[in-house]
Ligand binder design. Sequence first.
Ligand SMILES: *Cc1c(COP(=O)(O)O)cnc(C)c1O
Length: 227
Amino acid sequence: MTLSHPSIYRDRIATIQQGLPPAVKLIAVTKQVPVAAMRVAYAAGVRDFGESRIQEAEAKQAELQDLPDITWHLIGRLQSNKAQKALELFQWIHSVDCLKLAQRLDRLAEPLLVKPQVCLQVKLLPDPNKTGWTVDELWSDLPQLDLYHNLKIQGLMTIPPLGLSESDTLTVFQQTQELAEKIRQQSWANIQMAQLSMGMSNDYRLAVQAGATMIRLGTILFGERGI
Ligand SMILES: *Cc1c(COP(=O)(O)O)cnc(C)c1O
């Protein structure tokens, strides 16, 4: 991508923030976005950055060490052999997508003395391109997830399948919200369900309408990514 004038990023961020309920956190998704643009977003008030690749995040964190109050969110698929690195780099992991990964993160977090905040990634509709729990799988795994006391399970994350109509997309977000609500009504030792990480550039308004608390925006802030 080419870098636009800083004021363009500032204006976009301000416009989006103004349209959001105050409780909704904007996460600036900066995969393939140069650190210069991230600095402009930071200057415009963004403190939450989302990355999908470990290596890219590590390099950027090294370059942005002078900005100490950034919260780093991992939003992309996490392979279990990178779990340790992910715990070192990210305060939030939105893409915890199976019991095995959750267990591994919990175990690795102990010696690192970290308590990562995580979202459980769910699939409300079948989607061959996405990982994550189906609703039934999640219910059956929740008792085990509740035992992972090093993880701060904060809520659910979802990405609707590509190509859904607006109304079907809204339904996916509403069903995710209802699922979180049902989980919240049970009593758990560790599991919290206050966060809903859902909504990207093309569907975040629908997600906010359905109760999203964290939206993950890339393209609408920084422009199209290269291929
Ligand atoms: C890339 C990505 C985003 C941002 O997508 P945009 O359409 O560019 O806003 C959000 N969430 C996840 C998981 C992503 O991989």
